[in-house]
Design a protein around this ligand. Sequence first.
Ligand SMILES: [Zn+2]
Length: 409
Amino acid sequence: MAVVKNPTVLRQLRYGNVERVLAVLRRQGPSTRADVAGATGLSRTTLSGIIGQLLTDGVLLEEPAPAAGAPAGRGRPVHRLVLNPNSAQAAGIEVGRERIKVVIANAAHEITAFDGVHCPPRTSVQEQAAAALGLLRDLAAREAIDLTGLGGVGIGTPGPGETTGGGSAPAEAGHGVPRHRQAVADSFAEALQVPVLADNNTRLAALGEAIWGAARGAGDALHVTLSYGVGGGLVAGGRLFRGAQGAAGEIGHISVDPAGPRCWCGGHGCMEQLASVPALLRAAGRRSWTRFGEALAAGEEKECAAVERAAHAVGRALAAACSTANPQRVVLGGEVAALGGAFLGPVEAAFRRYTPTRVHRGVRLVPAALADRAGPLGALALVFHESPLLAGYTTPGAEPSEPSATEAS
Ligand SMILES: [Zn+2]
């Protein structure tokens, strides 16, 4: 995970108290200053400074308190503090292979905006970062969202997910983090002057699905994305599990056929070599994934055989992974999983065949639910969960409000 430090250290230190104030308003709804002081235990001076800044940044609004039998006339009218629904507190960005996606959440934990743009292959990292930043600003302008009070940005990019510190420890930027990921994170930190956290996008999709999607409510879940590559992520006890080198959940490189083709990773017969989009196209002698789907639906022999072989490979890899990690749920996403029952049925059968009863009895295999939102939502969750600045921000399975699946992407 890449962590970029905000140069304004004071702002960081204050964040713990800021978050306490916001948490009270989320929990209690509109509250007077006295209510907030009572609930947080913060001193008048500290509270006054924090509330003043939050009002200036537009994160909070003041509204007159309803006059519930209060005697009229004497003293200052009582105001209540409310969270401004149009102020952004965190943004999640996915800079994917060919698409950039952005979600914005407000301080009430509501997802207020989502959008994506196409990004041509071979676009430079600088151009990708500029396009992502442009999309964030355009989206905010279009939806009348104020970015002034933005507290953090999470970013997901492809590539190995090496970690620099793990967990919530602020890490030394640079060591073990892919250069492109660090470059995108640096661009955002510099342009917005906010803390930025970055990680592998597939792993973040696992986190997104665990909190808001198909693995919601399951504390232990394995996520597998079967796309142009095969990646995965492991959520244990509601948090991303990274492993010593940040490679935990890399299920695509479990060898399922020792005599199989050599893989770029150095292994042989990796699941990715049998169950990715390019592997299936190769096996069926096709170039178009749309045509592949149509031929499969029409029951054509080559496509059916390729899918059967891929499903078998995935089932075997899942058996190994689930016997090790014993998750409650396995989420299958990406284009290959989107083939539906023709693929998922044989995967389930192979998985049960190769997994001890005690393990497979407790596991549910489910298709991914968030589609192309999983990545940016996971990046958002990274800010909520792991930023030392926003630690304790949200609980898995609780908030924010679920994004609507019907909104246009
Ligand atoms: Zn491999």
